[in-house]
Design a protein around this ligand. Structure first.
Ligand SMILES: Nc1nc2c(c(=O)[nH]1)N[C@H]1C(S)=C(S)[C@@H](COP(=O)(O)O)O[C@H]1N2
Ligand SMILES: [Mo]
Length: 203
């Protein structure tokens, strides 16, 4: 007997459905979303700085940063424009390993990610540590292409993808949760896709 309700065009729920947050659809491609033109950052000119407020804690050049431990992360990602992509495969340096190399414990509870294009986005420190986030250097085994944020981008896969800053050049510890580029323009301060925190005022 055919189960009523699943028979006429409606598909039964699958494991895949359970991986798609509310209001999202499954995307097979990899859309590019940038607020401005793609900055071309040569690895010779690349650097990454850990800061506390305006004060630099430590800076790595490309060679130094690539000497840090490389970790693999394969995760589903969720863009606020409603696409979800399964099993994106990244390699990069865990934020934990960056902090360890700098010899510090997180000095404040919030971070502002800083990018070469002037883009910023805020994330609570605890959403970046304990293996939850990385500075990604490779996508599907190859250097990240410029349009997707190469040479290096932040990857915070459990939050909407606008939190994964492309063309990353630093992480700044801040005393308060300071809204970044999109958070100042109406996006949610935290951005949990499972709670559908898209815009300011969403729960
Ligand atoms: N530096 C920077 N990072 C950024 C953006 C940007 O404009 N500049 N766009 C954000 C947004 S809104 C999204 S959805 C993702 C898109 O990443 P993708 O182009 O690799 O899909 O990058 C995020 N990171
Ligand atoms: Mo986005």
């Amino acid at each position: 007997m055919v189960t009523r309700g699943f028979s006429s065009g409606r598909k039964p729920p699958t494991d895949a459905d359970a991986r798609i947050p509310p209001g999202q659809y499954l995307e097979q491609g990899f859309p590019v979303l940038s607020a401005g033109p793609t900055p071309r950052v040569r690895t010779e000119d690349w650097s990454f700085t850990l800061k506390q407020g305006p004060r630099p804690i430590k800076t790595w050049n490309w060679t130094e940063f690539n000497a840090l431990p490389l970790t693999k992360m394969t995760r589903d990602i969720h863009c606020v424009t409603a696409w979800t992509k399964f099993d994106t495969a990244w390699q990069g340096v865990l934020v934990d390993d960056i902090l360890a190399d700098a010899g510090i414990e997180p000095p404040t509870a919030f971070v502002l990610a800083l990018s070469f294009d002037g883009y910023t986005t805020n994330v609570p420190t605890q959403d970046l540590t304990a293996g939850k986030a990385m500075v990604a250097l490779l996508y599907e085994g190859k250097p990240i292409t410029p349009d997707h944020g190469g040479p290096a981008r932040l990857l915070v896969p459990h939050l909407y993808f606008w939190k994964s800053a492309k063309w990353l050049n630093g992480l700044q510890f801040t005393e308060r949760d300071e809204p970044g580029f999109w958070e100042l323009r109406g996006y949610h301060i935290y951005g949990d896709p499972w709670r559908e925190q898209r815009y300011t005022g969403d729960p």
